[in-house]
Design a protein around this ligand. Structure first.
Ligand code: FAD
Length: 619
């Protein structure tokens, strides 16, 4: 067939292949079923589906789709077709391959195997195996550290960004010290248990601080807005699989891990870092930077053995990677004292809404809801994702004409629970988590409204930390409304939109430390409350039943992302104001979740390794 030369090998990527949910083997099956072969046969116009060999196809993505616009719920697949394998086993397919036309977003020809450049195999090869083909330089000429010794790098914080920066730098031969103010996951789990049962909040070991960072006791959703198929995200996902995550996260349309899968994964990560020679110090809070002539020369650490009273330990380093997350307010203060370039950044605040999971299943799936079976069934537990734009009544206060605000669901946890993410007992803030099966009877999600520096005006005397003070104000109000002891202020959604206190008994909540009926409609500034109220009413039109007497709002959700950004140079990741400091991850304002934080840490690791003359490749 004219124009078909060269197609005897390579891959076709077939997307948007639909299999009705009733015919599909279910959410956990990622192989090639007959109904999927039928969808493939239709896409390539091959007459007899059963004659297509399974071996020629690989599922790249599988998502469940129950949108109301569809005739019936379906699984949607993306599949790679290996032409050579197909033709070896079914030569008659050639006529169809030769005629296949690329179709935007549905059928795409890839002359070679189109895989993310495999950073993972590089990361996990023994460092002795690296040679100049991979771009590793064997001399240290031009390096920012002396030539006769390994460069010493401190990584502050063991969240996803700090872990991945440590991994890359450790693999590439730097002498890495990873400092974490919190506890390893085993002790951290006990501390979180004590919080849930005995109301003891450890200031350094809690839902935000400790090994694995803020996302460890979380839903472990591995979704990101930075592009699922990008090399960086693929490398991070594959690294997770190498450290014990289930391989289906590479295929699931909406992958998630859950706390029970994250904890062993982190243990394996720690073990691997130690094998590489990375020194890991838990219970080691970095309190200050040692700065000389505009350059960071080291850090001041106070660790458990030294605290309290006996002062800090000074440690010298050639470079310091700052991966502290968005709740290290003391660290932000310290950076401000060193005049590090930082500026306030937009983020979002709001409330967390909780419904019975069965109600969300029936809203989203109608009669198919019965098949969910607490995460064990063929159909995934229902979730939702909503974005609304609402009119801005308080615009005049903000000096912005005709502004509208975005209100959206955030960090939705199907089959999960509401948890306390405060790091200080005088402040109260919450988030959501789940286990891998997502089997709890509740579905929770934050409903949040974007706020920006205009909103932080009352706190502008705090300079770049104005957004932090804005957060703190509402966290303190929430703590007072709850009446103390980490009791969370709560209100029925029906009462919230009518501006009245809930007087009858509140519906049950998954939050373990108790809820108290409160006037949440008085917690925020009126324009935030009104934006939330308007959007909740709009959501109910799209998802009838969302406004229900069984739906409970909890306050307050403030730490959706960093309230500031630490300026850095695009290519080198180095701070614009302090040489030798490398701010990364969510706390520095460059990430908004587990994956994006990990990717930022990984690329910073490579950029820094280049400056240390440990690496010369292109990433
Ligand atoms: P962090 O993970 O915050 O890590 C920073 C680390 O630095 C912490 O371990 C902290 O103890 C340490 N540290 C801070 N200051 C110092 C210091 N001075 N010295 C030494 N160590 C220090 N994201 C998702 O993508 N999916 C989810 O499902 C999800 N659910 C979440 C649920 C909860 C309850 C929470 C709190 C967050 C959730 N997130 C989720 C967000 C996600 O956890 C963060 O975006 C991500 O962890 C940011 O990574 P990071 O490395 O930038 O910072």
């Amino acid at each position: 067939v004219e124009g078909s030369e060269g197609r005897e090998s390579g891959y076709w990527r077939l997307s948007k292949l639909a299999v009705p949910a009733r015919d599909d083997p279910g959410k956990d099956f990622t192989g090639i079923s007959l109904p999927l072969l039928q969808a493939i046969a239709k896409a390539i116009k091959f007459p007899v589906a059963s004659m297509l060999p399974d071996e020629a196809f690989t599922v790249i993505r599988k998502s469940f789709d129950a949108r109301k616009v569809l005739k019936e719920p379906q699984f949607t697949y993306t599949v790679d077709m290996d032409v050579k394998k197909l033709l070896d086993m079914e030569p008659r397919a050639w006529d169809f391959i030769a005629r296949l036309e690329p179709k935007l977003g549905a059928v795409e020809y890839m002359p070679k195997e189109k895989l993310a450049s495999d950073l993972v195999s590089m990361l996990n090869a023994s460092s002795k195996g690296y040679d100049n083909e991979l771009g590793i330089k064997d001399t240290h000429n031009g390096s920012i550290c002396p030539q006769d010794k390994k460069p010493r790098v401190a990584v502050i914080g063991s969240g996803p960004s700090g872990l991945f920066a440590s991994l890359v730098l450790g693999e590439l031969g730097a002498e890495v010290t990873l400092l974490e103010r919190g506890q390893p996951v085993e002790q951290r789990g006990r501390d979180i248990g004590a919080l849930a049962v005995r109301r003891i909040l450890q200031s350094e070991s809690n839902f935000c601080f400790g090994e694995g960072g803020a996302g460890t006791w979380s839903d472990g959703k591995l979704v990101t807005r930075i592009g699922r198929n990008t090399d960086g995200v693929q490398a991070v996902m594959k690294t997770f699989v190498q450290f014990g995550a289930p391989p289906n996260i590479l295929v699931d349309g909406k992958p998630h891990l859950g706390t029970d899968k994250l904890v062993p994964l982190l243990r394996n990560f720690r073990h691997h870092l130690r094998q590489l020679g990375v020194t890991i110090r838990f219970n080691a809070r970095v309190d200050d930077l040692m700065v000389e002539d505009g350059q960071v020369k080291g850090i001041m650490v106070s660790d458990a053995e030294l605290r309290p009273g006996s002062g800090s330990q000074k440690l010298s380093f050639d470079a310091v990677v700052l991966a502290v997350g968005h709740s290290a307010r003391d660290t932000y203060n310290m950076l401000q004292q060193h005049n590090v370039d930082m500026s306030p950044k937009s983020f979002s605040v709001g409330l967390r809404i909780e419904h019975p999971q069965e109600l969300i299943n029936s809203i989203q799936y109608s009669e198919l809801a019965a098949e969910v079976q607490k995460g064990r069934g063929r159909i995934p537990v229902a979730d939702y994702k909503i974005v609304k734009s609402v009119g801005e009544k308080g615009a005049e206060e903000l000096d912005i004409a005709e502004q509208s605000r975005s209100c959206y669901s955030f960090c939705m946890c199907p089959g999960g629970q509401v948890v306390l993410t405060s790091t200080d007992p005088s402040e109260l803030c919450i988030n959501g988590m789940s286990f891998s099966r997502r089997a709890s009877k509740w579905a929770n999600s934050a409903l949040v409204v974007t706020v920006s520096s205009h909103d932080f005006k009352p706190f502008q005397s705090h300079g770049p930390l104005a957004g932090v003070e804005f957060q703190r104000e509402f966290e303190r109000r929430a703590a007072v409304m709850g009446g103390g002891n980490f009791v969370v202020p709560a209100q029925r959604v029906t009462d919230f939109i009518s501006n009245r206190l809930s007087v009858t008994t509140l519906p049950p909540s998954s939050y373990r430390l108790g809820v108290r009926p409160s006037k949440l409609h008085e917690l925020f500034t009126p324009y935030i409350t009104e934006a939330l109220q308007q959007s909740i009413i709009m959501i109910d039109r799209e998802m009838p039943g969302f406004v229900s007497s069984e739906a409970l709002l909890h306050g307050v959700e403030t730490r959706t992302s960093s309230p500031l950004q630490i300026s850095r140079h695009g290519e080198t990741y180095e701070s614009t104001s302090l040489r030798g400091l490398y701010p990364i991850g969510e706390g520095a304002g460059y990430a908004g979740g587990i994956l994006s934080a990990a990717v930022d840490g990984m690329y910073c690791g490579f950029a820094l390794a280049k400056q240390l003359s440990l690496f010369h490749g292109d990433i």
